[in-house]
Design a protein around this ligand. Sequence first.
Ligand SMILES: NC(=O)c1ccc[n+]([C@@H]2O[C@H](COP(=O)([O-])OP(=O)(O)OC[C@H]3O[C@@H](n4cnc5c(N)ncnc54)[C@H](O)[C@@H]3O)[C@@H](O)[C@H]2O)c1
Length: 442
Amino acid sequence: MKIAVVGLGYVGLPLSLQFARSCVSVLGLDADPKKVELLNNGQSYIKHIQSAEIAELVAAGKFYASTDFGQIKEVEAVIICVPTPLNKNREPDLSYVLQTGRSIARHLQQGTLVVLESTTYPGTTEEDLRVVLEENSYLKPESSSLDSPRRRMRAGIDFHLAFSPEREDPGNQQIKVKSIPKVVGGYTKDCLDRAMALYGRAIDRVVPVSSCRAAEATKLLENIFRSVNIALVNELKVVYAAMGIDIWEVIEAAKTKPFGFMPFYPGPGLGGHCIPIDPFYLTWKAREYGKHTRFIELAGEINTQMPQHVVHRVADALNSQQKPISGSKILILGLAYKPNVDDDRESPSYVLMNLLSERGAEAEYYDPYVPVIKPTREHPQFAGKKSVGWNQAIIESFDLVLIATNHSCVNYQELGDWAQCIVDTRNAMASVKGASGKVWKA
Ligand SMILES: NC(=O)c1ccc[n+]([C@@H]2O[C@H](COP(=O)([O-])OP(=O)(O)OC[C@H]3O[C@@H](n4cnc5c(N)ncnc54)[C@H](O)[C@@H]3O)[C@@H](O)[C@H]2O)c1
């Protein structure tokens, strides 16, 4: 079997490798020629994905990357894993999905299965992607005569269409792609059967649902569940701190309950490509039905306020040493949005760096996973900024270290020994000895 995976990012690359390991030939398609060249040379550009693994599958002829969509003619299935961000008005930006749909449609063959995996609102596969695929794909004419009419392909008849949400957890070494159950919804029963058979080759458990919409809604439920629960503990963190209670101690105690509770942890704000963005896909779509998503928006509001809360704690900590934020040297520890990955998309560390700089602080960062900040649309002012090094003289030179991401490779004991003052948003200093007098939780 030969398939194509479009979008070789944090989601598409590990999925491609899993299919390739399962004796499926994978054509990886990406718009970025630099990534394509690296991958074909057996080099990973994502820190937690090993180059050796890619090199082995490339050498075995099981995986190769390309920018040429024309090769879609040769595959039985195409899986789409391109970005679904928000535009500058915080509304869904489906342009990557629709552009990919047009590129696929031009080369679509009869009987091919197209599966969308990008997180999106219910209705995208059937209302948006289907239309683009149908409007841009044609069946081969029955005769070679010039005036024989060209007929457009139809989903569910000429090609198959499905949605299967991605559940990738980058950096998680315990759970592998193969063992994460895959939810699948089809445009028709036949589409569902095809998609089940496809994923069944590479994934241990495939979970069918009744429609593409149900599969799209499942992914949003999962991410909204995280967003509102994180908002809840963020709110409790502030309330409990005012009462002199440590939220981290409370969560540790609560999680001993063997039923009806699962732990979520507070932090400096939401980050990454999913949790800060996906709930608003539903909010936007709900308006079409005259419905409001008050709960989701409230969670978003609480989470968005977190960097401000952290900056207040930084001000309190500096104040206790008769120092103002303005003119202080502050080190942000961790630029990636979560531990042990190099993904800095939507990272609250950027918001913190901005807020502190606006108040006149000299803000630097330390992150071994992000040695240099790449240019981004959201934070162009930080492009090219480099991580500081790690030694006693450097850490001592800062008035305050703000822990935003708890990478496990950081030596927190050294930090406790060297830093003048620490604001900890991740409870990273909990087991460090002799530093409690200088640690402020936030
Ligand atoms: N990162 C995660 O942890 C995660 C988890 C679950 C779901 N998702 C969802 O999966 C989707 C992809 O996310 P990601 O994190 O892999 O994004 P990513 O930015 O890491 O990767 C997307 C890739 O698509 C390529 N691309 C963009 N437009 C293209 C086009 N027209 N043709 C071909 N390639 C194109 C980009 O060059 C990039 O390599 C999103 O919808 C996201 O919400 C992500």
